[in-house]
Design a protein around this ligand. Structure first.
Ligand code: ADP
Length: 868
């Protein structure tokens, strides 16, 4: 009994190996390679079976319990990995690191050695199947030193590597811009969902590692980095080492990203403006979707990056706009460019796979085709007259790849396979020895084919066939009823296998030819593999040049795509002024316009004119009248212009915007966890503390998340604060008509409304923005439009009449507000000490006589009574 128990609790050698690997994999799911499957055990198996919807089985026992298990076939593992990664898991891949034959050499019962070769995580993917070709895939490491956050961001699928450092209040915007697939940090940061890691976050060590990695004596050539940034970079490199194991992922030299080189756009603004995803979580319905006419994955990724980080440098914006202008004005060149780009493979990502050691012959084929096409494009574009500076800066990256392209063209077949294992990717004529091996193999196969006829003749069995399979190799197969003569000892055939209906044999000359074919094949495969290695090395020798070509092609695609969009929608080139103006004629909302067009409706264009003397527009009007649309379209125009795009307007003269804010009253944000009104107030507070005179703010129905009185009071105070303190350009939409009274006191505030009309008892929205306040709110008309039952409507009408009577008598809920001191005066008033305190402060207690002390008590009591 005792021995039995012992047997049960001692894990089998395989289980012991598994458990050791699992301990190493820690919080990852462990894919344990067994033959043609990756198997998962224990809790991993339960999690994966549920997530992948595959059968959970059991195998053997561990500590007296059956071991839960599930598995996925190796050949389709990518699709399963994709689902696990999407569901937020990380997966460690344990491969067999020796062949069964090698294991056997060590001892007849030795277990095949296995090791973790890679950890697959959301932020470190390179596989085409696991990535969205039109989106970047960032891994971000975050480190705090003092009051700076350092960010190191890498997209190893294309090698982009950016370093930046931001103040704590800008962290949210920076992370929102990157929208990382995975974040690691050495300590928890407020509101950031990050995996905590300790190793590598050391600025001194990091500096050394960066220098080593990029082969430089100093980092000065890349920019200057503070300690927080270096620490983050160190954490990033350590994490990449950990997940990629022996193969170093692709990192281009780091780009120092100055956080103040870009328009600051925080997460709430990105969400509310639906920049890259719509409110319903899809790409369709987002700004990006409405603007994106790029034809390559790399172009789409760059456009998303541009829209996510509009520029602040006027010269850089103009440079982008000049390139768009070139293609906008020359439809022929634009069409040619877009047609050529469309056929282009994604060389940036092919390069990423090659650098990471996961490259295939097909990736080399993509480099060959892409770089060849790049040269052709270069020649077409270089002959254009009046080339913008940016084009001249991009062109050199497109050429100079000739010798690599020639080498790959000579060496590779036209469409090389993804899988190198079966060979067949090296072209004929590249290597005479390989050609000989192939010829030998071919001759052998032909000889084998001719043996079939010979054997038929010799045996008189017309149904005799020579076949090939993985187990027997080449063999002779005859129907069972003809097998007897071949079974005879002197037949010249050796029996190998009897199956239902057929019997299989070997024969000496067949064996000889098969050996010849087999050997030639194995040698040819080895020769191809050696060539593959050389070709990859030749390509990697030019890593930076290829990456530059990929970037240049992406920039051309973005410019041509924006030009296409501008031409399609009649967009205009924005111009920039030095003062804080915002002057748009005939502005439109690209997403709403597109949606309306598809339903056959027309979008009404509207002007918007903000200047230093009229910086705040208060927009009133009925619900559904078009207020939100108007606000957003102007924010989007500011953003698109600084991203280097034409804008949906007839004319746009803009002063650069340093920070963009968009907030929507609480009831539109129900999806969030916190109290919605709380969210609204937190976000509004962020604007009041961060908006500068160069900022652009849109506030939509702020204050509606609470009761009428509270809401009006808050909206009132927010408008005053924006006007008096932030002094930024602002569009403020509200249904509180009472706010219009502010126009009398706030001189840079002006009133506007969206027009609506009641026509034959029906409400008609004109969607026109006009001067002055709305004459009425049309709430009941909107309710009628929405289908509120007639009884309810008529009851509402009587209640409204009663309320309006009350308003007429008392002056309404905002009565008396005009008498409130101005914002600045009110702030001062709050700060002034009350008389009781003032009197106390004057008293020198030590100098008081008893009589004076009694007088003082009377005086204080009197003051207290007056106050009240
Ligand atoms: P509000 O914020 O005043 O409630 P919205 O901006 O949400 O109104 O607009 C309501 C609807 O009116 C939109 O969904 C759109 O279909 C339509 N609309 C808004 N602006 C325009 C416009 N300028 N031209 C045409 N239709 C518009």
């Amino acid at each position: 009994m005792a021995t039995k128990l012992k047997e049960e609790s001692a894990p089998t050698p395989m289980m012991a190996q598994y458990l050791a690997l699992k301990a190493e994999a820690a919080d990852c799911l462990l894919f344990y390679r067994m033959g043609d499957f990756f198997e998962l055990f224990f809790e991993d198996a339960r999690i994966a079976a549920a997530c992948l919807d595959i059968a959970l089985t059991a195998r053997g026992e561990h500590e007296g319990e059956p071991i839960p298990m599930c598995g996925v076939p190796v050949h389709s593992a990518e699709a399963y990995l994709a689902r696990l990664i999407k569901a937020g898991h990380r997966v460690a891949i344990a491969e067999q690191t020796e062949s069964p034959a090698e294991a056997k050499k060590r001892g007849s019962k030795s277990l095949v050695a296995r090791g973790i070769v890679r950890v697959v995580t959301a932020g470190t993917l390179t596989e085409e199947a696991l990535l969205d070709s039109r989106a970047a895939n960032w891994l971000v490491a975050l480190a705090r030193v003092g009051d700076r956050f350092g960010l190191a961001a890498a997209d190893v699928s294309t090698g982009r590597f950016e370093l930046s450092s931001v103040a704590p209040n800008a962290l949210d915007a920076e992370l929102a811009r990157l929208s990382a697939a995975e974040i690691i940090a050495c300590e928890p940061a407020d509101g950031v969902e990050a995996q905590l890691r300790k190793s590598g976050f050391d600025s001194i060590l990091a500096e050394r590692r960066l220098k080593e990695r990029f082969g430089v004596a100093t980092l000065d050539g890349f920019g200057s980095f503070d300690r927080a940034t270096l620490a983050a970079a160190g954490g990033l490199l350590a994490y990449l080492d950990e997940v990629a194991r022996e193969s170093l992922p692709f990192l281009q030299p780091p780009v120092a990203r100055a956080a103040d080189a870009h328009m600051m756009i925080d997460a709430a603004t990105r969400e509310s403006l639906e920049l890259t995803v719509s409110a319903s979580g899809t790409r369709a319905g987002s700004l990006l979707h409405a603007v994106d006419r790029t034809v390559t994955g790399a172009g789409a990724r760059l456009l998303a990056a541009d829209i996510g980080a509009p520029l602040l440098d006027r010269a850089a914006i103009e440079a982008r706009l000049e390139l768009v202008r070139l293609f906008e004005g020359d439809g022929g060149t634009r069409d040619m460019l877009r047609r050529q780009l469309k056929a282009l493979p994604d060389i940036g990502r092919a390069l990423g796979r090659l650098v990471a050691g996961r490259g295939s012959p097909r990736d080399l084929g993509q480099l060959r085709d892409g770089l060849d096409e790049a040269r052709r494009l270069h020649d077409r574009l270089a002959s254009l007259p009046d080339r913008p500076d940016l084009l001249d800066a991009l062109l050199p990256a497109l050429t100079g790849h000739g010798s690599l392209v020639d080498l790959l063209a000579r060496a590779l077949v036209p469409s090389p396979p993804i899988d190198a294992a079966n060979g067949g990717y090296i072209a004929e004529g590249h290597d005479a020895a390989l050609d000989d091996l192939r010829a030998t193999g071919g001759e052998g196969r032909r000889a084998i084919a001719s043996l079939e006829a010979k054997y038929r003749l010799e045996t008189g069995i017309a149904a005799l066939k020579i076949r090939h399979n993985g187990v027997l190799g080449y063999h002779v197969e005859v129907p069972a009823k003809h097998a007897d003569p071949l079974m005879a000892a002197d037949s010249g055939f050796t029996h190998r296998q009897t199956l239902a209906g057929v019997v299989r044999f070997n024969a000496p000359d067949l064996h000889e030819q098969a050996m010849r074919v087999g050997q030639a094949g194995a040698h040819a495969l080895a020769a191809e593999a050696a060539h593959l290695e050389e070709l990859i090395a030749a390509a990697l020798h030019r890593t930076n040049e290829i990456a530059a070509a990929a970037d240049a092609l992406a920039r051309l695609d973005v410019a041509a795509g924006l030009a296409e969009r501008a031409a399609e929608g009649g967009w205009c080139r924005p111009s920039f002024e030095l003062h804080n103006c915002f002057d748009v004629e005939g502005g439109r909302h690209p997403v709403v316009e597109e949606a309306l067009r598809s339903s056959g409706a027309r979008f009404v264009a509207n002007d918007c004119g903000l200047s230093e003397s009229e910086r705040l527009w208060l927009v009133t009007g009925p619900n559904m009248g078009g207020k939100s649309t108007f606000l957003r379209q102007n924010a989007l125009i500011a953003l698109l212009a600084q991203a280097g795009s034409y804008v949906p307007a007839a004319k746009a003269k803009l002063g650069l915007v340093d920070r963009l804010f968009s907030r929507v009253g609480a009831s539109d944000n129900l999806a969030r966890g916190r109290s919605t009104f709380m969210v609204e107030m937190v976000e509004t507070a962020a604007i009041l503390s961060q908006a500068t005179e160069r900022s652009f703010v849109i506030l939509d129905e702020v204050g509606r998340g609470t009761s009428t009185y509270d809401g009006l009071a808050i909206a009132w105070a927010v408008v005053e604060a924006i006007h008096d303190r932030n002094k930024c350009r602002c569009l403020f939409a509200t249904h509180y008509h009472e706010l219009t009274r502010l126009a009398e006191r706030l001189d840079a505030l002006s009133l506007h409304h969206v027009r609506a009309r009641e026509w034959k008892g029906e409400l008609v929205f004109l969607h026109e923005v006009a001067q002055g306040p709305a004459d009425r709110s049309y709430g009941l008309a909107v309710a009628k439009l929405a289908g509120l039952p007639p009884q309810v409507l008529s009851r509402a009408r009587s209640v409204l009449a009663k309320l309006e009577e009350g308003r007429a008598a008392t002056g309404g809920i905002a009565a008396g507000l005009d008498d409130l001191p101005l914002f600045a005066a009110a702030a001062q008033e709050e700060a002034a000490p009350d008389p009781l305190h003032a009197a106390m402060a004057e008293v020198d207690a030590d100098a008081l006589s008893p009589r004076e002390a009694l007088d003082l008590v009377y005086k204080l009591k009197r003051l207290a009574a007056e106050q009240g």
